[in-house]
Write a protein of this length. Sequence first.
Lengths: 114, 109
Amino acid sequence: DVKVTQSSRYLVKRTGEKVFLECVQDMDHENMFWYRQDPGLGLRLIYFSYDVKMKEKGDIPEGYSVSREKKERFSLILESASTNQTSMYLCASKRIIGGGPEQYFGPGTRLTVT
Amino acid sequence: RKEVEQDPGPFNVPEGATVAFNCTYSNSASQSFFWYRQDCRKEPKLLMSVYSSGNEDGRFTAQLNRASQYISLLIRDSKLSDSATYLCVAHTGGFKTIFGAGTRLFVKA
């Protein structure tokens, strides 16, 4: 089974703090993603990475950065946390198969910024 | 307009009922489609892929209508354990995957 883990399930941070969210996958997938999920908006892509040290902006990259130093690890960084970044953050890993690019998600980190 | 649109529900159905979810997508270049299931406070998990010819997996049937840009999911003989949010997903190629906001289903005894 594919396993995607995230460093924290719940996190509470103060406005202005620098926040690191870690994601690790154990299936040697090249592609990794960071999403945030908010009620009524669905999952929105923040950043993705298709290889070590490679990254691309998603739909809502403002206020975030990422790091991928090793294939199995993809980190999301909130440079200066703000209250509008309170959300559920989901990391995903992807392989390409014949039927299409299925994604496997980590358990999520529920971040609250106060 | 959202690229993938779903009725948010909630759908409240009794056990044993048949329930259908619909989803529309706006990008005609979308190539592959999926339904994911997300339990409360959990991550989304792949339920099934959706093929042009339609596909069935036990009590679940998924259909795709490319002409109408429409995807459906039918659940027969609903179980309490089917209660969840169902996400419609369209993949356009490369890294472009769009998730719908989800449809909530509550199955009651």
